[in-house]
Design a binder for this molecule. Structure first.
Ligand code: F3S
Length: 400
């Protein structure tokens, strides 16, 4: 790889041990993927997880004197103030989260604890080169915004934030962003949840980069979040195109560039219905969990409106950022939500077994297949339905 004079000095340790370690890792990644150079990034987002490896690496870089050249936002961990209860958090849990927080904060991160950074605090523009980790974040930035990022790990995005550079390969290059699998959508996609189902079906079926053709109306922000997230629940995807709606797919020629369509897939209303029937829950549920990825203002307001018309009779948790909760407090909406037994959980990820251990063996319901997948790894069963149906069942006390 060819490095600039500034990058070579960084590698030689002229700007400290932390920056030297970070650029060494990026050079190794670049060389293994055949990159010729390191290019500057405009933004970074790190999938902080507060798990062992994350604590080890962030503390290592902090101790080595690293600071962020490009201040990154961070993914949720678990909120020490919300779970402020000895029955939930042990001394070790408190120490762990505090140490991770300190390491990132000391290096200069923007402590957003949100997995939808592209909605606030870290909003990229079309064409920006960024280093984003978190699968639902990278696919949104690439597909919906037209920014350019590889599917970074928390470590590689941290190294990019520390140095200000990323190796130029993969999804930073035009030729790797074109679609090669045509998905003819004959289904009506009536709700945002239908985009989750489309994502789940295509995540598995599509081996290349999907170009969705036939979607009749401009998908909402939440529909895009659902589609991208769920393409990565059943598969492994970094970008998708929707003809007429996403910025690199104004038409088929633009979306496929110099590639050939190697496969065509048709998705009908029946496919969507069959998939929903297959996952339909059958047992009584004990609680509802929304917000994986973190819920938007519109989604929270939607839940509140449904609660107003039919009072929920099981506890409901909604995961979102502290910043959004502050807004809801200022609007007196948090109090109202809590009156319906709906708790707003700040800055927390559903994949944090330490804080959800009381739910083990219980039967939950969510509109998020990703929530279901992660919570099943620590023995919490989450069934999946559209938020509207979840709220109907909640109003029946968990019965179907
Ligand atoms: Fe966000 Fe954690 Fe789900 S980072 S997308 S709440 S797994």
């Amino acid at each position: 790889m060819e490095l600039t004079k500034y990058q070579s000095q960084m590698l030689n340790g002229d700007f400290g041990k932390g920056k030297a370690m970070a650029i060494k890792i990026l050079v190794a990644i670049g060389e293994s993927f055949g990159a010729n150079r390191l290019v500057p990034i405009k933004r970074a987002h790190i999938s902080l997880s507060a798990q062992g490896a994350d604590r080890w690496f962030s503390e290592k870089m902090n101790k080595a004197g690293a600071t962020f050249a490009v201040k990154p936002t961070v993914n949720p961990g678990y909120s020490l103030s919300y779970f402020n209860n000895k029955d939930i958090l042990t001394e070790d849990d408190i120490d762990n989260m505090q140490r991770v927080h300190n390491a990132y904060k000391n290096m200069g991160a923007i402590m957003t604890y949100s997995c939808t950074p592209y909605l606030f605090a870290n909003v990229p523009k079309y064409g920006d080169i960024v280093a984003f980790s978190e699968t639902s974040v990278t696919i949104y930035a690439n597909s919906v915004v037209g920014a350019r990022t590889n599917r970074e790990s928390s470590f590689s995005s941290m190294c990019s934030a520390i140095t200000g550079f990323t190796p130029e390969y993969g999804f930073l290059l035009d030729e790797n962003r074109y679609g090669d699998t045509l998905v003819r959508v004959e289904a009506d996609l009536e709700s945002d949840f239908d985009y989750s189902i489309l994502g789940l079906i295509c995540g598995e079926k599509v081996n290349g980069i999907p170009i969705f053709d036939g979607i009749k109306k401009n998908p909402s922000t939440e529909a895009h979040i659902n589609l991208g997230t769920n393409l990565n629940v059943t598969g492994s995807h970094t970008i998708y195109h929707i003809l007429g709606y996403t910025p690199e797919a104004k038409n088929l020629e633009m979306a496929m560039g110099n590639k050939k369509i190697k496969e065509e897939i048709v998705i009908t209303n029946e496919d969507i219905k069959d998939f929903k029937d297959k996952i339909k829950p059958k047992e009584k549920i004990d609680f509802i969990m929304f917000g994986c990825p973190h819920y938007t203002f519109e989604q929270i307001n939607n839940v509140l409106e449904m609660a107003r018309s039919k009072k929920p009779k099981v506890p409901i948790w909604i995961l979102t950022s502290q910043a959004l909760i502050k807004l809801l407090e200022d609007m007196d909406l948090r109090k109202e939500l809590e009156a319906y037994n709906i708790s707003l959980v700040p800055n927390t990820c559903i994949d944090e077994e330490r804080v959800w251990k009381d739910l083990k063996g219980k039967n939950g319901l969510s509109d998020s297949p990703k929530c279901s997948y992660y919570m099943s790894t620590f023995n919490v069963k989450i069934n999946v339905l559209d938020a509207k149906e979840c709220m109907e069942i909640a109003s029946e006390g968990g019965d179907f």
